[in-house]
Design a protein around this ligand. Structure first.
Ligand SMILES: [Zn+2]
Length: 266
């Protein structure tokens, strides 16, 4: 229990850093300089204002200098990252396989970044996707080294083909969408995100992620249309759905795929 609390606090601290990335990366700003400041009055934040979640409650969601409201996204990302780190620690215990644990933490970190960046700014930061592709391929290469014979290369080959499959499948869907709906349905960032998901989750994982993304986006859009929150021709970013699909696949992918295969075998 104590170690889960530790992972939650660790995650919340990373979430605090994620908030900086989510705000700055899509705007092409440095994530290290200048130090954290209020986007409204530009004044530097005090050390105590940087404590995740608690500082938001303590400040009652307002800047300590100019009293302008702080986006609820800040504590939300911190809580979600904290919970995600706990989930990773439960699903991939570090004492069992440290490599899986470390890379899964990185993966959820990137997924949360993509989710909120795209939702807020309609930009999937290249730093997240290109960084993700490199670390995904690296992870699967190292993972294979535990095996022997030809199996050494199996995870890497799955990752490499997943990278190609993810980006080309989304490209194809976007291309068809353009013909049918006469407008760009898929951003360039989505294609890189597809490559990232494939490079990390392998070819089966990326197929499942894309399928889940369409399922989630479909349900979400029907819901919004029914509530008359959006109009049919409005733009809805697809990146968050892909990130969520990848997130679910990381934790439940093998079970869902095994279940699907068992249905096919009936
Ligand atoms: Zn301020």
């Amino acid at each position: 229990m104590l170690n889960l609390i530790f992972f939650f606090i660790l995650g919340a601290a990373f979430g605090s850093f994620l908030n900086v990335c989510i705000h700055r990366l899509p705007r092409g700003e440095s994530i290290f300089y200048p130090p954290s400041h209020c986007p409204n009055c530009k004044k530097k934040l005090r050390l105590i204002d940087l404590v995740p979640i608690i500082s938001y409650l303590f400040l009652r969601g307002k800047c300590c200098h100019c009293k302008s409201p702080i986006s609820f996204r800040y504590p939300l990302v911190e809580i979600i990252t904290g919970l995600s780190f706990v989930l990773v620690a439960v699903a991939f215990p570090p004492q069992k396989n440290l490599l899986d644990f470390m890379f899964s933490l990185l993966f959820v970190f990137f997924m949360i970044m993509v989710f909120f960046s795209d939702l807020e700014t309609q930009v999937v930061p290249d730093a997240a996707t290109f960084g993700g592709i490199v670390f995904g391929l690296t992870f699967n290469f190292i993972r294979g080294l535990n095996s022997s014979g030809e199996a050494i290369f199996a995870p890497f080959l799955s990752a490499f083909s997943g990278m190609i499959l993810g980006s080309s499948l989304l490209f194809l869907i976007g291309w068809l969408g353009k013909i049918v709906f006469k407008k760009d349905a898929m951003g360039e960032g989505d294609l890189y995100l597809g490559a990232f998901l494939g490079a990390y989750l392998g070819w089966q994982g990326v197929l499942l992620s894309i399928f889940l993304a369409y399922l989630l986006a479909g349900v979400f859009c029907v819901g919004l249309l029914l509530m008359r929150k959006v109009k049919m021709e409005e733009y809805i970013p697809f990146g968050p759905a892909l990130a969520l699909g990848g997130f679910i696949t990381l934790f439940f992918g093998p079970q869902i795929i095994a279940w699907y295969v068992s249905i096919l075998a009936l």
